[in-house]
Design a protein around this ligand. Structure first.
Ligand code: NAP
Ligand code: COA
Length: 281
């Protein structure tokens, strides 16, 4: 299967990259908070945002992962100095205090990316109540917690605040074996649409980005590779390959740039045509 590999390069940490189409300094003066910014897709978004000049705040639970991500970003992007916050998105009050602290420090928040999530393969008949609740709590309640805590800061953003919720195409199709994640992300899709209308009057744009399987991530590993079904999954991709973290990061960069000024409440599918081919295969 032929894909447009000429656009792919590899950076010093071995992560395959896309060539950037964005102008230098595009996100200068933007304060961007990324939950789950310490690995995978969230770290990829952080890298591209830093390259475009944004000031970063990255959130995760583990201090050691955050510290490693910070070091990596500082190595890879000259001038980057991300603020890190170790906090669990499920903790409503702790999230409120952390995000309010950021807004006090910078005077505003321009961008919130809700990317932190939990998922694992588990047929519903075997799923404990706590397993179900845990994923709903991280993905759906965590997204609500961050959106609500960020509102005052986003209202103060001169260009109009931006929220991007990272969901998943299976929120639309259902996901046998990951019903908890599909259900939580379906809730997030609906939260996005509700907030796009509720907060549109404040100039805040709220959108969903729906990634297909992304190479080199924990999600791909635990949901496909560890289960020995990665080859089958590639067959489901219209473009014949998994995506790169840059594919998701570039979609986010577009949405938070002036290019996204008139875009709110949308589902931005970045999945290599997987959802469509699944319907035909
Ligand atoms: P990942 O590498 O496992 O990253 C998850 C991030 O979220 C980590 O930074 C993690 O740090 C943080 N996190 C997890 N639980 C948290 C909590 N309760 N509070 C605060 N931070 C938390 O995941 P990924 O594969 O890149 O996936 C990222 C996002 O993309 C998710 O929303 C996922 O649903 C979505 N997605 C992924 C794929 C894919 O192929 N990977 C496809 C479609 C959609 P700590 O562990 O330190 O907390
Ligand atoms: N299969 C079945 N049940 C599982 C499971 C699995 N693979 N992994 C965890 N669970 C269950 C646990 O047994 C527990 O239920 P129980 O109390 O009835 O035994 C429940 O889920 C909570 O597990 P716990 O490990 O206490 O949760 P946590 O809050 O420490 O971690 C997770 C959250 C489980 C989602 C963990 O996988 C995680 O931190 N994920 C973040 C990274 C990630 O998922 N990346 C991929 C994104 S696509």
């Amino acid at each position: 299967m032929v894909v447009s590999l000429e656009a792919v390069q590899s950076d010093e940490s071995g992560v395959a990259r896309r060539t950037s189409i964005f102008r230098e300094g595009l996100l200068e003066d933007r304060i961007a908070l990324i939950t789950g910014g310490s690995s995978g897709i969230g770290l990829g978004i952080a890298r591209v945002f830093a390259e475009l000049g944004a000031t970063l705040v990255i959130v995760g639970r583990r201090e050691d992962k955050l510290a490693a991500a910070k070091q990596q970003l500082m190595r890879e992007v000259p001038g980057a100095e991300p603020v890190t916050i170790a906090v669990d998105v499920r903790k409503h009050l702790a999230i409120r205090d952390s995000i309010h602290g950021i807004v006090e420090r910078f005077g505003r928040l321009d961008v919130l990316i809700n990317n932190a999530a939990g998922n694992f393969h588990c047929p519903t008949e075997d799923m404990s109540e706590n397993a179900w609740r845990t994923v709903i709590d991280i993905d759906l309640h965590g997204t609500f917690n961050c959106c609500q805590a960020a509102l005052a800061g986003l209202k103060a953003s001169p260009g109009g605040g931006r929220i991007i919720n990272i969901t998943v195409p299976q929120a639309l199709s259902g996901w046998p074996g990951s019903a908890h994640a599909a259900s939580a992300k379906a809730g997030v899709l609906s939260l996005t649409r509700s907030l796009a209308v509720e907060w549109g009057g404040y100039g805040i744009r709220v959108n969903n980005v729906l990634p297909g399987p992304i190479a080199g991530t924990e999600g791909l590993k635990r949901l496909y590779q560890d289960r020995g079904v990665a080859d089958r999954e590639i067959e489901r991709m219209a473009l014949g390959s998994f995506g790169l973290v840059d594919d998701i990061a570039n979609a986010c960069a577009f949405l938070v740039s002036p290019g996204g000024d008139f875009v709110t409440g949308c589902d931005f599918m970045v999945d290599g045509g997987r959802w469509l081919k699944r319907g035909w295969a």
